[in-house]
Design a protein around this ligand. Structure first.
Ligand code: ADP
Ligand code: MG
Length: 485
């Protein structure tokens, strides 16, 4: 637990996850980021008289799937409530949310800390709600504009217990949610597009005390760095207040990224102000056992399971395994390489090396990488088995293969005359000629100037070019030089 001048730091997160379904959660229209303002708004979203909500079951299934992946208890019957408040981004005057009977209760979210250790935080609940629209303040000198496109899109809100104790743990928890959302395909989790946002509740208590202190809620943090900076600032601010004998006000604050500070936003409504009540237009929704079983069956193996498998079964270094599991698509591709007969070690090195380099250059994702895993394995194995040298592979074959992904890499190597010389007698002969040609160097080597090995390797490589495998050349040089004659 992180201590700030004899106080324990206590953090609980509320994370909003945009569900990314084709249509909004209770309205017929879809939503995609960046469209013209108010171009994705129906009568339901505008709250025209007589319009009724039509639940999008896909949103509910996605929240349930998230809960199943985190070991939550899934409600047999879930209900929606009206959370009443007035704000121009919400024409109905209430937000459809859940108070009692959320879809998911309990559960636990695992995460990996930067030092490689694993942590976890208990969850209070995951419920579903609709998002509000957006106010735009910079388009008019004296007025704010309203864009309702986002209003009514489905959100999952995941609420952790107040059991995180450092900014790093909070960020790792947030990162783990993003990764999970992408693994499960319940959303895109793109923070820059507002698809993933986090509120941080922060409080301090005297070290070791059981009772939690008064919390401050910092709203709408949309990056790992902002989350950590906001927590750090709050911890310091609250510690100073407490040390000088003042009280921390329970309030909602915003984080200002340019100054790295937080400032009060509005007085926190208490739950009673929202006058939550069950929405009379919506029936309770039941999730049958069969549906839950089929949702569960759709859950792929999750990041931490993969991490464990890669570490234990493949003997992979922690950092490499973490890098490969970071995106599901890459991890899937990696597993495809192994299934095609590539060794895990070669698969990891090629994926994190040349493949990533190519993707970065081309600004592409692995899903549009030209070679499928079977084809890449063919190529990798030619190199690993030294049928072609690494130099020939990277210099000649790799670019050709990427440009024409269907060509057989072996045939390509043969046509280009790049099959490695495995004929060691030819190498040996050439090395013996070098020994005769450079008697002084040989003598110096034999007296202990071992560095001269490199000179002979270089000479030999000049003769054979890319067709010779440097490792074979190197051992041949040693063999001949060490020979007593
Ligand atoms: P609200 O919706 O009013 O913000 P909750 O009571 O559900 O309400 O709390 C939300 C979040 O606040 C949870 O993530 C919880 O872990 C966290 N939290 C509650 N009490 C504290 C506290 N004393 N210090 C830090 N976080 C807290
Ligand atoms: Mg809150």
């Amino acid at each position: 637990m992180e201590q700030v001048n004899t106080y324990d730091l206590v953090i609980g997160l509320e994370v909003h996850i945009q569900l990314g379904t084709l249509r909004k959660v209770f309205a017929p229209e879809g939503f995609s980021f960046g469209e013209a303002p108010n171009s994705q708004v129906s009568e339901v979203t505008m709250a025209h008289p007589g319009s009724l909500p039509i639940p999008n079951m896909e949103c509910i299934y996605r929240v349930a799937k998230l809960g199943l992946a985190l070991g939550c208890e899934i409600a047999a019957e879930t209900r929606f409530a009206r959370k009443n408040y007035f704000y121009p981004d919400l024409p109905k005057g209430y937000q459809l949310s859940q108070a009692e009977n959320p879809i998911c209760m309990g559960g636990e979210l695992p995460f990996i800390l930067p030092d490689g250790t694993q942590g976890a935080v208990a969850l209070e609940r995951i419920h579903m709600e609709e998002d509000a629209g957006k106010l735009i303040h910079d388009q008019h000198a004296t007025a704010s504009m309203v864009d309702l496109n986002r209003a009514g899109t489905g959100l999952a809100e995941l609420v952790t217990r107040p059991e995180l104790h450092s900014p790093e743990a909070a960020a790792a928890c947030f990162a783990s949610i993003q990764q999970l959302v992408r693994y499960l395909g319940v959303g895109e989790g793109d923070m820059e597009k507002g698809m993933l946002r986090c509120d941080a509740n922060v409080s301090l208590k005297p070290a070791g005390a059981a009772k939690l202190g008064t919390r401050v809620e910092v709203k709408n943090l949309n990056s790992f760095n902002f989350l950590q900076a906001a927590i750090r600032f709050e911890a310091k601010r609250q510690a100073e207040l407490l040390r000088s004998g003042e009280l921390v006000q329970q309030e909602t604050r915003t984080f200002n990224p340019s100054s790295g500070t937080t400032a009060p936003m509005r007085d926190k409504e208490t739950a009673a102000d929202y006058r939550y009540f069950p929405d009379p237009d919506l029936q309770p929704i039941r999730l049958g056992k069969e549906k839950l079983a089929s949702l569960k069956a759709e859950i792929p193996s999750l990041p931490l399971e993969r991490l464990k498998q890669y570490r234990e079964e493949y003997g992979m270094a922690h950092a490499k395994a973490v890098a490969i599991i970071s995106e599901k698509t890459e991890s899937d591709y990696f597993e495809g390489l192994i299934a095609s007969g590539c060794t895990p070690k070669a698969a990891a090195n090629w994926l994190l090396g040349p493949v990533r380099e190519f993707l970065k250059e081309q600004k592409q994702e692995i899903t549009s990488f030209p070679l499928d895993s079977v084809q890449l394995t063919r190529f990798i194995n030619l190199v690993e088995q030294r049928t072609i040298t690494r130099e020939a592979a990277m210099g000649e074959i790799w670019p050709r293969l990427l440009a024409k992904p269907d060509v057989d890499p072996r045939a390509l190597a043969e046509n280009l005359g790049l099959m490695a010389r495995t004929d060691t007698s030819e190498l040996e002969q050439a090395m013996k000629e070098l020994v005769d040609q450079f008697p002084n160097e040989v003598a110096r080597y034999r007296k202990g100037k071992k560095g001269l090995k490199g000179f002979f390797v270089g000479e030999l490589m000049k003769k054979f070019g890319k067709k010779a495998d440097p490792k074979t050349v190197s051992s041949m040089v040693i063999k001949v030089l060490e020979e007593k004659n």
